[in-house]
Design a protein around this ligand. Structure first.
Ligand SMILES: NC(=O)c1ccc[n+]([C@@H]2O[C@H](COP(=O)([O-])OP(=O)(O)OC[C@H]3O[C@@H](n4cnc5c(N)ncnc54)[C@H](OP(=O)(O)O)[C@@H]3O)[C@@H](O)[C@H]2O)c1
Length: 166
């Protein structure tokens, strides 16, 4: 949730289209978006949120709301199952899909983000990994693969982690 003063500035920007071309927000929940949309002449173009399989269920209402209001969801820290939570239940379907399709695990996670209708915001210090990130844009997961990843994420919902990152 944005601090009150920041929120008021944001509302002013959204109400004055002459001085504002495009607005994006970050870590806005459904209530935050609804409050902004109630007075905005320029709706936010994007909302950048934490999104990975362990927090998907908690974030799904924001994704649904954004979709209904044509707000792009940008997903950050999608690779947390690899970087901060290795060994968790999501590893099982991710590694299975990666092995079967000859992909890197991070590509499967980025493809999962795309399947949720979101745009990945990620980073790497390694050129070969950046190329794999780009190639992931062409990967389409099957419904069964998406369901398997969702189920593994839901089996270990990481609410503490979610709270600490938002
Ligand atoms: N709006 C917000 O509140 C917010 C919050 C957090 C982050 N962000 C932004 O989101 C972007 C991405 O942030 P993030 O770092 O959290 O993203 P991320 O996409 O989850 O992680 C990227 C990191 O994962 C590492 N990585 C990739 N594949 C890996 C693998 N197979 N095994 C182990 N490590 C792997 C990369 O390290 P290598 O360099 O070794 O490849 C890179 O440092 C950044 O631009 C950040 O500023 C925004």
């Amino acid at each position: 949730m944005a601090k009150l003063a920041e929120f008021e500035i944001l509302k002013l920007l959204c109400q004055h289209p002459v001085s504002t071309r495009s607005i994006s927000v970050s870590n806005f929940g459904v209530n935050d978006l609804a409050t902004l949309l109630a007075s905005a002449k320029i709706p936010p173009a994007a909302n950048q949120i934490l999104l990975h399989p362990y927090v998907y269920a908690a974030q799904a209402p924001i994704i649904d709301y954004a979709k209904k209001h044509n707000i792009v969801i940008e997903a950050y820290s999608a690779l947390i199952p690899l970087t901060e939570r290795p060994g968790g239940p999501v590893d099982v379907p991710i590694n299975k899909i990666a092995k079967k399709r000859n992909l890197a695990a991070e590509q499967v996670l980025l493809a999962w983000v795309k399947a949720k209708g979101a745009v990945s915001v990620t980073t790497s210090s390694k050129k070969d990994r950046l190329q794999r990130y780009l190639d992931a844009g062409d990967i389409e997961l099957t419904d069964a693969e998406i369901t398997a990843i969702d189920a593994a994420g839901a089996s270990a919902q990481s609410h503490e982690l979610w709270r600490s990152r938002v």
